[in-house]
Design a protein around this ligand. Structure first.
Ligand SMILES: Cc1cc2nc3c(=O)[nH]c(=O)nc-3n(C[C@H](O)[C@H](O)[C@H](O)COP(=O)(O)OP(=O)(O)OC[C@H]3O[C@@H](n4cnc5c(N)ncnc54)[C@H](O)[C@@H]3O)c2cc1C
Length: 529
C-alpha cells in the first residue's frame, strides 16, 4: 500500500524519534480524521496524524479499548467501532445521508439551543455537501440534496400519494470507496505530513492558562509494547470517534486539574443512538412490487436508496426514519457480498473454493441487473422488512464517564452507562403505529403485515442500536455544550473535536455525512484555501 504521507512511523517498531513538531496534530485517522487530513493535505498544511491502531483496522477488543458497562452492553462501543487507518469506515455501510429540516423542532424553549444547533448543522450541510461529494468523485447532482425526491420520479410519488410519508433518498458509496483509507493512498506526497500508527494518546501537557482558556503544549502517545512519542503542535484536533473522543476529553480535564465540572460541562453525557427494528414484513406476494418501487438503484457506481420520513406534524415525537431491508438469503449473493466487504476492509475473504465459484454467479447477477435495470439484484422470494430507526430520548444518565482503572496504555478506562428506557419503548410503539397508519393511508402501496413488538428489547439491546453514537461531545452555543459551533472545545484555546459525538442527537439520518460537512467547515477554518 502506498501512502501519501511523507513520513510514516510504526510506534511499536521502536525506531521512532522521541518527539515531533507540527502545526496541527490530528488524534485519530479513522473516517473523520482521514477526511480532515485529506482536506488539509490539499492545502499543503503541516500536520501529523496519530492513530491508536495498525494500518489495517482491528476490533475494540484486539486493541484493548473495551470499556466497563454499568448497565446494558452498548454495542456501539464494542463491535461498532474499529481502530487503525480508516477506522470504522473499514466496515461501515457507506450510506451518505444528510440531516434535514425534519430534524428541526421549533417552538420549544427548552430545546432552543438544540434547534439553533440543528439549524447551524443544516446550513453547514448546504454549504459543504457539494465539496464533500466531490471528494468521492461524485459530481454534484441536485437529486442528492436536502430536498425530498423530485417530481420527475412519478412512480414513487404516485405510490406514496395520500400516505402521510415523505420520500427521501440517500447515496451509498461504491465498495471501492467505502474505506476512507482511499484518502491516504496514492503517490503524491505532501512534504509536511506525518503519520504515526500504533500510537494511543495517553497524556497531555499544558501551558499556564489565560483568559482564552487552557492551552495544550504537547501530547504523549504510547504503543502496546510501551514505546513512547511526544508531539508538540500549535493546534490539536480530536477525531477518535464519539465514545473515545469523550473519554479523551474527560482525561484531558483530569490531567489539567479539572477543566470540567459537572455543573459547567456535559462531556460524555446524553449518549444516544438510533434504536433500529423491523416493525412489519412485506406480504410475500408484494415483494416484487416493493423491489420495483423501492429497491436501491444505481447511479454510476453509487447506489441510491430510499427512506420514508413522517411529515413534521409529529414534531413532538423523537426524530426517526423508516426504510426497507431486503434479507437476501441467496448463498451466491452472500458470498459475493463477503468478497466485496473484504475488498472494503482490505482483508482476505474467509470463504472456501466452492463458495468462491458460487460467488461468480452472484457477482454476475449483480452486474447483469446493474447493467440492464440499473437496480440492485434482489430475487423475488427475498423476505423484506419495513424497519424504523428512532432516536433515543435525551437522558443525562446515558453517559461515558471515567473509572479509576488503568488499561494497558496506562489510560483511565471508560465506563458506559447506557440502556433503553421505558420512554424509548413507548416512543417506538407510538412511532410504529404512526408509520404503519401513514403507510396504510395510501391505497396504492404494497401491503405490510405488522410484526409483534419484541418483548425482549431491553435484554436484546445489542440488536437494536445502530452504531450511531451521538451527543457525547455535543456542539452548541450553550455553556454546557462541549464544543462550540466551530467544533472548538470549550475551556481550551487550541483544541477542537469532530466526531458523531458533536451531533445533539442521532436525528433523522445516519450521522456520518453531516459530520463530514462540519469537518469540511473546520478544515476551512483551520487552514483557509
Ligand atoms: C457496521 C457499521 C455500519 C455503519 N454504516 C453507516 C452508514 O451506512 N452511514 C453512516 O453514516 N454511518 C454508518 N456507520 C457509522 C460510521 O461508521 C461512523 O459514524 C463513522 O465511521 C465514525 O467516524 P469517526 O472518525 O468518528 O470514528 P472512527 O472511524 O471509528 O475513527 C476513530 C479513529 O480514532 C482512532 N483512535 C481512537 N482512540 C484513539 C486514541 N486514544 N489515540 C489515537 N487514536 C485513536 C481509531 O484507531 C480510529 O482510527 C456504521 C458503523 C458500523 C460499525
Amino acid at each position: 500500500m502506498s501512502l501519501i504521507y511523507s513520513r510514516i512511523f510504526d510506534l511499536s517498531s521502536g525506531l521512532v524519534p522521541e518527539s515531533f513538531e507540527a502545526d496541527i496534530c490530528i488524534v485519530g485517522s479513522g473516517t473523520v480524521g482521514l477526511f480532515l487530513a485529506h482536506l488539509l493535505n490539499k492545502r499543503n498544511a503541516n500536520f501529523l496524524l496519530l492513530d491508536a491502531g495498525p494500518l489495517k483496522p482491528v476490533s475494540t477488543e484486539s486493541i484493548g479499548y473495551l470499556p466497563d458497562f454499568s448497565s446494558s452492553v452498548y454495542s456501539g462501543a464494542t463491535e461498532g467501532r474499529y481502530f487503525g487507518l480508516g477506522g470504522s469506515s473499514s466496515r461501515w455501510g457507506g450510506a451518505l445521508i444528510p440531516h434535514s429540516s425534519f430534524d428541526l423542532r421549533e417552538g420549544d424553549e427548552s430545546e432552543s439551543d438544540t434547534t439553533n444547533t440543528w439549524n447551524f448543522i443544516l446550513n453547514s450541510i448546504e454549504e459543504n455537501q457539494q465539496n464533500v461529494l466531490s471528494s468521492f468523485d461524485f459530481s454534484y447532482d441536485p437529486l442528492f440534496c436536502l430536498t425530498s425526491i423530485p417530481f420527475t420520479e412519478c412512480s414513487l410519488h404516485k405510490a406514496l400519494a395520500g400516505s402521510g410519508l415523505s420520500l427521501w433518498q440517500s447515496l451509498i458509496l461504491p465498495f471501492s470507496q467505502k474505506n476512507f483509507i482511499r484518502f491516504a493512498e496514492g503517490n503524491t506526497t505532501n512534504s509536511q505530513s506525518t503519520l504515526i500508527y500504533n500510537a494511543s494518546v495517553s497524556a497531555w501537557q499544558f501551558f499556564p492558562g489565560d483568559s482564552a482558556g487552557l492551552r495544550i503544549s504537547s501530547v504523549n502517545a504510547v504503543s502496546l509494547n510501551h514505546k513512547k512519542v511526544q508531539v508538540k503542535a500549535k493546534r490539536y484536533i480530536i477525531c477518535s470517534g464519539a465514545i473515545e473522543s469523550a473519554r479523551i476529553l474527560l482525561e484531558i480535564s483530569a490531567q489539567s486539574n479539572g477543566a470540567y465540572s459537572a455543573e459547567d460541562n456535559e462531556v460524555g453525557r446524553y449518549l444516544s443512538d438510533h434504536l433500529s427494528l423491523p416493525i412489519a414484513r412485506v406480504d410475500p406476494i408484494e415483494v416484487p412490487r416493493v423491489v420495483s418501487l423501492f429497491s436501491p438503484t444505481f447511479q454510476g457506481s453509487f447506489l441510491r436508496n430510499y427512506r420514508f420520513l413522517l411529515k413534521p406534524e409529529s414534531a413532538n415525537l423523537p426524530r426517526s426514519f423508516s426504510h426497507f431491508v431486503f434479507r437476501q438469503k441467496d448463498e451466491s449473493f452472500y458470498v459475493a457480498k463477503q468478497i466485496l466487504a473484504s475488498i472494503q476492509s482490505r482483508q482476505l475473504p474467509s470463504i472456501s473454493a466452492a463458495q468462491t465459484a458460487q460467488s461468480i454467479f452472484g457477482l454476475a447477477r449483480l452486474a447483469g441487473n446493474k447493467l440492464i435495470n440499473s437496480r440492485l439484484h434482489i430475487p423475488p422470494n427475498t423476505p423484506c422488512d419495513f424497519c424504523i430507526d428512532v432516536e433515543q430520548e435525551k437522558s443525562y444518565t446515558n453517559a461515558v464517564t471515567l473509572t479509576s482503572k488503568r488499561d494497558k496504555f496506562n489510560r483511565l478506562v471508560a465506563n458506559i452507562n447506557w440502556g433503553i428506557s421505558l420512554s424509548d419503548k413507548s416512543n417506538i410503539n407510538k412511532l410504529s403505529s404512526l408509520y404503519l397508519d401513514a403507510w396504510a393511508r395510501s391505497s396504492t402501496l404494497p401491503n405490510l403485515n405488522t410484526l409483534p413488538f419484541p418483548t425482549n428489547i431491553a435484554e436484546n439491546s445489542a440488536s437494536y442500536d445502530a452504531y450511531h453514537p451521538t451527543a457525547t461531545t455535543r456542539m452548541g452555543n450553550s455553556k454546557l455544550s462541549v464544543v462550540d459551533l466551530n467544533l472548538k472545545v470549550r475551556k481550551f484555546e487550541n483544541l477542537w473535536s469532530s466526531s458523531t459525538g458533536v451531533l445533539p442527537s442521532p436525528g433523522t439520518a445516519n450521522p456520518t455525512f453531516s459530520v463530514l460537512c462540519l469537518t469540511a467547515k473546520l478544515a476551512n477554518a483551520l487552514c483557509p484555501e
